[in-house]
Write a protein that binds this ligand. Structure first.
Ligand SMILES: [Zn+2]
Length: 134
């Protein structure tokens, strides 16, 4: 499934590239856009649903930022590598942005994150995998 989000403009401080990205939903609403390391792909992670709830229970801390980092690490990776909670410039892959969530630039269709490698694990093994990353 894909979700329709507002695309916003961002500018890279390193290479001066201007690019559009799906507007980051405030994570307090329970959703966060994850970026591929090459800055060319995005997926939408939700804090709700069967798998994220299992991850939440397995986490030893309730710090919200931790949940997003773990979900990013467990999501089915992009060909360029695991998803991250940080936005990357699609030209130089840098993370030092001059601004983001800027001018609206149309619509971005963002697929929802999937966790096919990890959702089949039982709670014990999932907990061990999370402990390696949390
Ligand atoms: Zn750049």
């Amino acid at each position: 499934m894909a979700r329709q989000l507002i695309a916003c403009e961002a500018k890279c401080r390193s290479c001066r590239e201007t690019f559009s990205h799906p507007g980051i939903i405030d994570s307090s609403y329970g959703e966060l856009v994850l970026s591929s390391p090459d800055g060319k792909a995005y997926v939408l992670a939700s804090a709700f649903g069967t798998f994220p709830e299992r991850v939440r229970k397995a986490l030893s801390t309730t710090e919200p930022g931790r949940l997003w980092k773990v979900l990013a690490a467990l999501a089915d990776p992009d060909p360029s590598g695991p998803y991250t909670t940080t936005m990357h410039c699609p030209r130089c892959q840098g993370v030092d942005l001059e601004y983001w969530n800027g001018r609206e630039a149309g619509i971005a269709l963002v697929p929802e994150a999937t966790y096919s490698e990890y959702e089949a694990l039982d709670d014990g093994e999932l907990g061990r995998q999370i402990a390696l990353r949390a």
